[in-house]
Design a protein around this ligand. Structure first.
Ligand code: MN
Length: 227
C-alpha cells in the first residue's frame, strides 16, 4: 500500500527501565468514577453505567512539561491510574478482563473546565474540553508482569508540595476489569489502547509555574511543570 503522505511515527509512552516505547493507539477515559469526585462536580454518585470520552492518541506527553493551553482560563488537574492494553477483544468477560492489561502508569487527564462547563450547559461534546494538545501527560509505564494487578493502592496528587487529591484505587466505582468488560461491549478494544480510569475528588485549577507530582502506589511518579 502506498500512502498519500509520509507515515508518521505512532504516539508512544515511555516504559520504566526499558529503552522501548509503548505505542499508543487510542485513549479512552472514564467519567465520574470516584463517588467523591462525582459529588464535587454536582452529580449523584449512584452506580450508573460508566460513560466514556476520548483524547487523541497524540495528546500523550512524557517530557515533564505541560504547556498551558489556549482558549481557556481554567485548566484543571485530574490524577488517574492509566491502564495500558497489550491485547484487545470485544465483549470481554469481567473475569478475564485483566488478561488484556499490558501494564499501568500514572497519568493526568488535563481538562479545560470552563470549556467543559459551557459544553455541558449547551449539550455539546466534551472533545475540546478534554482532547486538546498535550492534554494527557503520562509517566513511564510499568508492565503488569512487574507490578501484579493494581486494585487497592493509594493515588494522590501534590501541587507545589501541597496535597490536592488523595484516594485509593479500591474507591473506583467501576473497577478496572469492570471498566474493560463494559467498554469492550461498546467498541472492540485493541493492543495499544490506554484507559484513563477516572479521578478522585480535589480537582482544581493549575497556573503556569506549578509543579504537579502524581503518585500511584507501585508506579513511577508523574512529575509535570505547567509552562
Ligand atoms: Mn478524568
Amino acid at each position: 500500500m502506498s500512502l498519500a503522505l509520509p507515515a508518521w511515527t505512532p504516539p508512544s509512552a515511555p516504559i520504566a527501565g526499558d529503552d522501548t516505547q509503548f505505542p499508543v493507539r487510542r485513549i479512552f477515559c472514564v467519567g465520574r468514577n470516584y463517588a467523591a469526585h462525582a459529588r464535587e462536580m454536582g452529580h449523584d454518585p449512584d452506580r450508573e453505567p460508566p460513560f466514556f470520552f476520548m483524547k487523541p492518541a497524540d495528546a500523550v506527553r512524557s517530557d515533564g512539561r505541560f504547556p498551558y493551553p489556549v482558549a481557556t482560563g481554567d485548566v484543571h488537574h485530574e490524577i488517574e491510574l492509566v491502564v495500558a492494553l497489550g491485547a484487545g477483544g470485544r465483549d470481554v468477560p469481567e473475569a478475564t478482563a485483566n488478561d488484556l492489561i499490558w501494564g499501568y502508569g500514572v497519568g493526568l487527564d488535563m481538562t479545560r473546565r470552563d470549556v467543559q462547563a459551557e459544553a455541558k450547559k449547551l449539550g455539546r461534546p466534551w472533545c475540546m474540553a478534554k482532547g486538546f494538545d498535550h492534554s494527557a501527560p503520562i509517566a513511564p509505564l510499568h508492565p503488569k508482569s512487574a507490578t501484579g494487578i493494581l486494585a487497592d493502592g493509594a493515588i494522590s496528587l501534590t501541587v507545589n508540595g501541597e496535597t490536592r487529591q488523595s484516594s485509593v484505587l479500591s474507591a473506583l466505582i467501576w473497577s478496572v476489569p469492570e471498566t474493560i468488560a463494559y467498554l469492550s461491549g461498546l467498541v472492540e478494544l485493541k493492543a495499544g489502547d490506554l484507559i484513563f480510569t477516572g479521578t478522585p475528588d480535589g480537582v482544581a485549577a493549575v497556573q503556569r509555574g506549578d509543579r504537579l507530582v502524581g503518585h500511584v502506589d507501585g508506579l513511577t511518579p508523574l512529575s509535570v511543570e505547567v509552562v
